[in-house]
Design a protein around this ligand. Structure first.
Ligand SMILES: [Zn+2]
Length: 337
């Protein structure tokens, strides 16, 4: 261990809790000591890795920084190192990993432990707690211990609400398994995991050339699903990067449920009308597609056009346009089972 750390202050926080992310552990120290952003780094080492002013990159701390944090917290480096989380396309962006299970946090507090963010909640396709089977909620940027758990609902009140969440959660899980674990695509579903992913990207990004609401933002939710399903209400700028990055920024589980619900409606045939997302237009991508007919194509939009054409082509198998109304009308007559 470097002598650089010998005289550095100790952080008086507990070591990593079960499955806690490194970002969560450092956030606990930041909340305790009142530091902001990257202020902690100079206290760890003269040679600490510069990360700018944000907390990004904490889940994947370098070995050097893990050693420094372990010394400061007073735990064995190996006990900290095993909590690193290597970045992956199936994970949310690091600053969006603020989903949590209210039951897990209640248990933490009853047992005298700090509520912490688990690595298991950082996946794009993870919408409910694997231990308690309750929907994940979203913790805004305030200390985990200050989230008002008592006002959070653990389940919808109605049978339809419960069934809808089961449908959404099951669809997200199977899509994720098919994309990243080579699980088979259900033979009765339309398209493939890759075409469904293309439709998910169309639903969650602005592929137009002007600021616009995301297609998924047309969805609303019955009162019974409020808190479990919600949409971003602001206009988004045209896509500037890979469309998958837009999905990785959909941190709130309620937003992701809206996106997966919308895609599930087109992918799973013979869904009953009670499972149709409220507010979903018959041509949900029309507003964005129409922009291109009035706006001359600009040179700097070529990459965006390329993404857009590719995603439209890949998701052609799904009945998402006005011309496909009759197709969809044929397949919504019987119940989902
Ligand atoms: Zn839980």
């Amino acid at each position: 261990m470097s002598r650089d750390f010998t005289n550095h202050p100790r952080w008086w926080i507990t070591g990593p809790e079960p499955d806690e992310s490194l970002r969560s552990l450092i956030e606990r120290a930041v909340n305790l000591y009142g530091s902001e952003g990257d202020d902690y780094r100079p206290h760890l080492s003269r040679h600490a890795t510069p990360y700018g002013v944000s907390l990004d990159g904490l889940d994947t701390l370098s070995v050097h920084d893990v050693l420094a944090v372990a010394r400061t917290v007073g735990v064995r480096p190996r006990d900290l190192f095993m909590h690193r989380l290597t970045d992956h396309p199936a994970l949310l962006e690091e600053h969006e990993r603020r989903a949590f299970c209210p039951r897990c946090w209640q248990n933490d507090m009853h047992q005298g432990r700090p509520p912490t963010f688990r690595r298991a909640w950082s996946g794009i396709f993870t919408l409910q707690c694997a231990i308690h089977a309750v929907p994940l909620h979203w913790a805004p940027n305030l200390p985990a211990g200050e989230v008002p758990l008592s006002i959070l609902r653990l389940t919808p009140a109605t049978k339809v609400g419960k069934e809808t969440l089961t449908l959404i959660h099951g669809f997200a899980r199977r899509l994720g398994d098919a994309l990243y674990d080579h699980a088979p695509w259900p033979p009765s579903w339309r398209g493939s995991a890759f075409s469904a992913r293309a439709l998910l990207m169309r639903s969650t990004t602005n592929l137009g050339c002007l600021p616009e609401h995301l297609p998924l933002s047309s969805i609303s939710a019955d009162p019974d699903l409020r808190g479990f399903v919600a949409v971003p209400l602001h206009r988004n700028d045209p896509l500037q990067e890979s469309p998958w990055e837009g999905i990785r920024r959909l941190g709130p589980p309620a937003w992701r449920r809206a996106a997966f619900w919308m895609v599930a409606w087109y992918v799973i045939p013979r869904l009953a009308m009670r499972f149709r997302p409220p507010g979903l237009p018959f041509a949900p991508f029309e507003a964005i597609d129409d922009q291109w007919s009035v706006q001359p194509a600009r040179r700097d939009m070529r990459r965006l056009q390329k993404y857009r054409r590719a995603l439209i082509d890949m998701s052609r198998v799904f009945p998402v346009s006005r011309g496909a109304r009759s197709v969809r009308g044929c397949v919504v007559g019987s119940d989902h089972t």
